[in-house]
Structures are given as structure tokens and as C-alpha cells.
Write a protein that binds this ligand. Structure first.
Ligand code: NAD
Ligand code: DAU
Length: 351
């Protein structure tokens, strides 16, 4: 194998797309997927590549320092793509602690382990931290987040990611550890856990349940198809400049209520329902505490320097996403019933 790459959080939504891309595109890399399999980790997301000769799954917790040291000893990684995180803002509001452990302590454990293993020999080594646009805070009607926008995180989730960003940069400046970072906007697509807006709405509409819209639905997010994010991660990992940060976005801002209306129209079409059936399910509910008003990414740096741009128009991507969730009912049923959580025992323990 030419390189051994650690991908953390590879059983999650974005991580599973990154693992699939790397396993298929780089047969001469050994891809080690480390995941704790929290409620958000689902090995059913990657059954298509699980038997590939260049792929290994390791169940483990990035917060467990001794375990991480042993894992680094076992594989001697050349590169790390760190996605594992607690990722849902609402959960961080009701229980912040897990976000501090995984997102901050877990990241420091990986930084320490990489530093210990690579010593001063950093040639062809890289730790890539996947972050979020939420670290920049909340925008008004005007302006965009650039790579030099001052940090202003406003939820326990975004504060934990911002903290990790600072630590990753601190290891670069203090110890010269080779790192790169990217801050991306909201992703959508297949295999997303149905606690997040789009898959939750698809699931509820399909089952004729209320679609909860927080506040007046006026908050704005910039949506990116997850496969495009995975391609950007591949590009940054291989061509990004060490020490740099890249913003990744869809150039695709939507008010939540307008997005939900579009989704309702698509769902009526796909389910052969009378126009307006899905729209009648929209229910305005209590707003999220400290709800950030608008996120919008200026992705000109990655476009100019690495020639990356989103490949899909939003309606195209949303249509593909709706089709995927409707055609993959067993996946959605497994997730909503909790059955997916026994797959690890079936696949890895009993055979
Ligand atoms: P996700 O919640 O779907 O997946 C997270 C994965 O991390 C899960 O498989 C989970 O089991 C694993 N994990 C959690 N705690 C762990 C621990 N202590 N040790 C090992 N594994 C652990 O998240 P996602 O939406 O795929 O996001 C992935 C990364 O991308 C996160 O770092 C997130 O902050 C970032 N991000 C997400 C978005 C988005 O729109 N979803 C946008 C920008 C950045
Ligand atoms: O911007 C990147 C971030 O996007 C990532 O870092 C996070 O990991 C990811 O979860 C996402 O955060 P958001 O809070 O923007 O995503 P979520 O899908 O939870 O919500 C999107 C918008 O929809 C937000 O304004 C809140 C609103 N919402 C959400 C849910 C779940 C609703 O109105 N109703 C809902 O039921």
C-alpha cells in the first residue's frame, strides 16, 4: 500500500461518502475507518465497500487517549482526515458535554498522537480537520463568510468546533504539525441521519406527519450536495497547502420555509399526491434557542486555487436526494427503528 490513511467518523453521513470515494478511487491506499458508532454512526451507510481489500473498520472512541495511541502504533498513519464529531446543534443545546469531549478532547488526542508518531519527520504527512461554517457565527442580510472572518460561535456545537479549529492551528504554529482545515456549509444527500432538516422532513412527509419548521422559517442556510463536499475534501487532502484553511459552500442560499415548500412540491410529485398535500403538513414550532439567522460562504478561494465548484444545481440534487430516500426504505426503516445498531455485532463480532 502506498499510504495508510485514517478517516474518523466514516460511518456517519459525510464520512461515509468520503470513505467510499477514497476506497474506490485509491486502491493503493489502505483506508482505516475509525468510528465509535454513536447513534449517528451507521455501518449500513458503507456496506458496498466493506469487503474491499484496501478497507478496514475499527470501532473505537477518539476520546480514549490510550486507545488512540495504540491505533497509531498499529497502523502508522501517513494521513488523517478527521470528521468524527457530535454534529447536531439541537443536541448540543440540550446536552453540551458530549460535544466538548468528542469535538475538543477527541481532536486534541488525534493531534497529540500524530505529533508523537511523526516526531519531526513531517514529509508527506498531513492531518486534515473537517470543520463547519458555524464557527463564524450568524450573518445579517448582507455579506459572506471568508477564511479571514473573525470567529463568533454561538451554540455549544459551534463553540466546540471553533475550539478544535484553534487547537489544530495552534499545533501547526507551535509544533509545525502539518495540518489543513476546511469549513463547509450545510450538506444534504443520501445517508444523512433523519434528525437534520432535509431527511427529517422527507421522512415525515412520507408518513403524513407534521413537518416542524422552527420560528417563522426565515433562517437561511447555504446547501451543498454531500458528494461535492467529499470531492472537495479529496482535492484539499491532495492539493491543499499545509497550514491553510479553505471555505467550502454551495453558493446556494435558501430560507428554511422556501426550501421546505420546494421539498413538499417534489414529494407530492414523487408520491403521486394531490398538489398541496405535503404543504399542509408544515407546522411552525418554537424556535431553536440562539438560532443563527444566516450562513453564507464565500468559496472563491477553493475555486481559484484548487479549481473546485459545486457540480449540481440545488433542484437536481434535492430531486436525487428525495429519490434516494424513497427508494431506500429499508435504510430509513432501520435507522428510525434503531435496528441499524445491531449491524456491527452481526458483521464484525459473530463471523
Ligand atoms: P454525523 O453525526 O452524521 O457523523 C459523525 C460520526 O462520528 C458518526 O459516525 C459517529 O459515530 C462518529 N463519532 C462521534 N463521536 C465519536 C467518537 N467520540 N469517536 C469516534 N467516532 C465518533 O456527522 P456529519 O454530518 O457527517 O459531519 C461530519 C463532520 O463534518 C463533523 O465534524 C461536522 O462537524 C462536519 N460538518 C458537517 C456538516 C453537515 O452539514 N452535516 C457541514 C460542515 C461540517
Ligand atoms: O452549517 C453547517 C452545519 O449544518 C453543520 O456544521 C452541522 O453539523 C449540521 O447539523 C448543520 O447545522 P444546522 O443547524 O444548520 O442543520 P439542521 O439540519 O439541524 O437545521 C437546518 C435549519 O433548519 C436550521 O435553521 C434549523 C432548521 N430546522 C431544523 C430542524 C431539524 C427546522 O426548522 N426544523 C427542524 O426540525
Amino acid at each position: 500500500m502506498k499510504k495508510t490513511i485514517l478517516i474518523t467518523g466514516g460511518a456517519g453521513f459525510i464520512g461515509s461518502h468520503v470513505v467510499r470515494l477514497f476506497v474506490q478511487k485509491y486502491p493503493d491506499y489502505l483506508i482505516v475507518n475509525l468510528d465509535k458508532l454513536t447513534y449517528a454512526g451507521n455501518l449500513l451507510n458503507i456496506t458496498d465497500i466493506e469487503d474491499s481489500p484496501n478497507y478496514v473498520f475499527e470501532k473505537g472512541d477518539i476520546v480514549d487517549e490510550a486507545y488512540i495511541e495504540c491505533l497509531f502504533e498499529k497502523y502508522r498513519f501517513d494521513g488523517i482526515i478527521h470528521l468524527a464529531a457530535e454534529s447536531h446543534v439541537d443536541r448540543s443545546i440540550s446536552n453540551p458535554n458530549e460535544f466538548i469531549f468528542t469535538n475538543i478532547i477527541g481532536t486534541v488526542n488525534l493531534l497529540n498522537a500524530a505529533r508523537k508518531q511523526w516526531k519531526e519527520d513531517f514529509e508527506n504527512k498531513l492531518l486534515y480537520f473537517i470543520s463547519t461554517d458555524e464557527v463564524y457565527g450568524s450573518l445579517g442580510n448582507e455579506g459572506f463568510f471568508t477564511e479571514s472572518t473573525a470567529y463568533s460561535p454561538r451554540s455549544p456545537y459551534s463553540a466546540s468546533k471553533a475550539s478544535a479549529d484553534h487547537l489544530v492551528r495552534a499545533f501547526y504554529h507551535t509544533y509545525k504539525l502539518p495540518v489543513v482545515l476546511s469549513n463547509c456549509s450545510n450538506n444534504y444527500g443520501s445517508y444523512q441521519f433523519p434528525e437534520k432538516l432535509i431527511p427529517l422532513a422527507i421522512h415525515n412527509i412520507k408518513n403524513m406527519k407534521a413537518v416542524p419548521v422552527y420560528g417563522k422559517g426565515e433562517n437561511i442556510r447555504d446547501w451543498l450536495y454531500v458528494v461535492d463536499h467529499a470531492k472537495a475534501i479529496d482535492l484539499i487532502f491532495h492539493k491543499g497547502i499545509t497550514g491553510e484553511t479553505y471555505n467550502i459552500g454551495g453558493n446556494n442560499e435558501w430560507k428554511n420555509i422556501d426550501l421546505i415548500m420546494l421539498l413538499c412540491k417534489l414529494m407530492d410529485k414523487h408520491l403521486n399526491r394531490k398538489d398541496g398535500t405535503s404543504e399542509s403538513l408544515i407546522t411552525f414550532v418554537k424556535d431553536r434557542a440562539g438560532h443563527d439567522m444566516r450562513y453564507a460562504i464565500d468559496a472563491s478561494k477553493i475555486k481559484t486555487e484548487l479549481n473546485w465548484e459545486p457540480s449540481l444545481q440545488f433542484e437536481q440534487g434535492l430531486n436525487l436526494t428525495v429519490e434516494w430516500y424513497l427508494n431506500n426504505e429499508p435504510w430509513l426503516d432501520n435507522v428510525t427503528s434503531g435496528a441499524y445498531q445491531s449491524y456491527y455485532e452481526q458483521q464484525y463480532i459473530k463471523r
